[in-house]
Design a protein around this ligand. Structure first.
Ligand code: TYM
Length: 339
C-alpha cells in the first residue's frame, strides 16, 4: 500500500476545521460541522479553530468580537471537544496562517477566486465593503487547512467550493515544487449538511441573519427554541414527508434526524397521520434535549475565564509547533532562508 503523506507521529491522520465568530453559533453550525468534530476527535490528530481572522472581512465591533471569540472557545469545549486530546485554538494566535496565506495567494489565479459563490453572495450583501480580504478569504482558509496537513476537513455543504479550491492550490503547489502539502478531503454529513432558515426554508440558516426567528442558537433557552420552532414556516398540504416541494417540513425532518439518529424514512412513518404541529413540538424537544448539557457546561466554563485563557494559550503553542514545521518546509521549497 502506498505510504500516506503527512501522518502524525502516532500514525493517525489529521483533521482541521473551524468557525468564524461573526455571529453566534447556530444549530446549522452544530449539525453541519461541530457535531462531526465531536464524533471524530479521537480518530484523528484534531485541530479546531476559532477563525477570528476570517471574521473581520465584515466589520466587527472590537468589544463584541473579543467576547464572542472567548464564547466560541467555551462553546466548542461545551460541545464535547477535549482540549487535552485536541488542539483547540484561535487563528490569530498562530502567525503562520497569515504568512502561508500570502505565499499561497501567489499560487492562486485571480479567476478562481472570482468564481467563489460565497464572495459573490457576500459582496452583494455588503456592497459598501467589498474589501480585498473578502476576495482572498479562501486563500487564508487554504492556509489554515494546509498548515496542519489535514487529510479530512469536516464542514457543511456551503464550504465545499472552498475545499475544492484548497485542493487545487495544494495540487498546483505540489506539481510545481514537489510533494509539500497533504491534499485534503472534505467530510460532509449525509444528513444536515445544509440546515435551512426556519422562516425562509429555501435559504441557509446563517449566524449573521438579521431576523433571529430564522435561527436557533446553541445558547438559546428552551423557551426560545420552542417559540422559534412553533413559528417555523411549513408548507401547503398536511403530509409530513421529505420532498423538494416541502422545504419547511423537510428542514424540520433533517434537523430531527441528524440529532435523534432516526432515519428520515423512520420519521416519515412515525409522523404518518400526524399534524405539522406534532412535528414542530417534537423537533423542539429533540433540539432542547441535545443543547441542555451544552448550555450548562458553557455557563460553568464562562465562570472560569482563567482556565479558558490558560488552555487557549497552551493550545496555541501546540498549534504553532505543527504550523511552524509546515512553513519551514514551504520556505525551503520557495528558496527563502530558514528563520
Ligand atoms: P462558518 O463559521 O460559516 O461555519 C462553520 C461551519 O458550519 C457549517 N455551516 C452549516 N452547516 C449546515 N447548515 C448550515 N446552515 C450551516 N451554516 C454553517 C459550515 O459549512 C462550516 O463547516 N470559512 C469557514 C470557516 C473556516 C474554515 C477554515 C472551515 C475558516 N478556515 C478551515 C474549515 C477549515 C466559515 O466561515 O464557516
Amino acid at each position: 500500500m502506498a505510504k500516506i503523506f503527512g501522518l502524525g507521529p502516532n500514525g493517525k491522520k489529521n483533521t482541521l476545521s473551524g468557525s468564524a465568530p461573526s455571529g453566534d453559533l447556530t444549530i446549522g453550525n452544530y449539525i453541519g460541522a461541530v457535531r462531526t468534530w465531536d464524533e471524530i476527535q479521537e480518530e484523528y490528530n484534531s485541530y479546531f479553530m476559532v477563525v477570528d481572522l476570517h471574521s473581520i472581512t465584515t466589520r466587527q465591533d472590537p468589544k463584541v468580537l473579543h467576547e464572542r471569540s472567548l464564547s466560541f472557545y467555551a462553546q466548542y469545549l461545551a460541545c464535547g471537544l477535549d482540549p487535552e486530546k485536541n488542539v483547540i485554538f484561535l487563528q490569530s494566535h498562530v502567525a503562520e496562517h497569515a504568512e502561508l496565506a500570502w505565499i499561497l495567494s501567489c499560487f492562486t489565479p485571480f479567476g478562481d477566486l472570482s468564481r467563489m459563490t460565497q464572495f459573490k453572495d457576500k459582496s452583494a450583501k455588503h456592497p459598501k465593503n467589498v474589501n480585498a480580504g473578502l476576495f482572498t478569504y479562501p486563500v487564508l482558509m487554504a492556509a489554515d487547512i494546509l498548515l496542519y496537513d489535514a487529510h479530512v476537513v469536516p464542514v457543511g455543504e456551503d464550504q465545499k467550493q472552498h475545499l475544492e479550491l484548497t485542493r487545487d492550490i495544494a495540487q498546483r503547489f505540489n506539481n510545481d515544487r514537489g510533494e509539500t502539502f497533504v491534499v485534503p478531503e472534505p467530510m460532509i454529513p449525509k444528513v444536515g449538511a445544509r440546515v435551512m432558515a426556519l422562516q425562509e426554508p429555501t435559504r441557509k440558516m446563517d449566524k449573521s441573519d438579521p431576523n433571529p426567528a430564522n435561527t436557533v442558537f446553541l445558547l438559546d433557552t428552551p423557551k426560545a427554541i420552542e417559540k422559534k420552532f412553533k413559528s417555523a414556516t411549513t408548507d401547503s398540504g398536511s403530509e409530513i414527508r421529505f420532498a423538494d416541494d416541502k422545504p419547511g417540513v423537510s428542514n424540520l425532518l433533517q434537523i430531527h434526524s441528524s440529532l435523534s439518529g432516526q432515519s428520515i424514512a423512520e420519521l416519515e412513518t412515525h409522523f404518518q397521520g400526524k399534524m405539522y404541529g406534532h412535528l414542530k413540538v417534537e423537533v423542539a424537544e429533540v433540539v432542547t434535549e441535545r443543547l441542555k448539557p451544552v448550555r450548562e457546561k458553557y455557563e460553568q466554563l464562562m465562570n472560569d475565564r482563567d482556565y479558558l485563557q490558560t488552555v487557549m494559550r497552551k493550545s496555541a503553542g501546540r498549534a504553532r509547533e505543527h504550523a511552524g514545521r509546515t512553513l519551514a518546509r514551504v520556505f525551503e521549497k520557495m528558496g527563502f532562508l530558514a528563520k
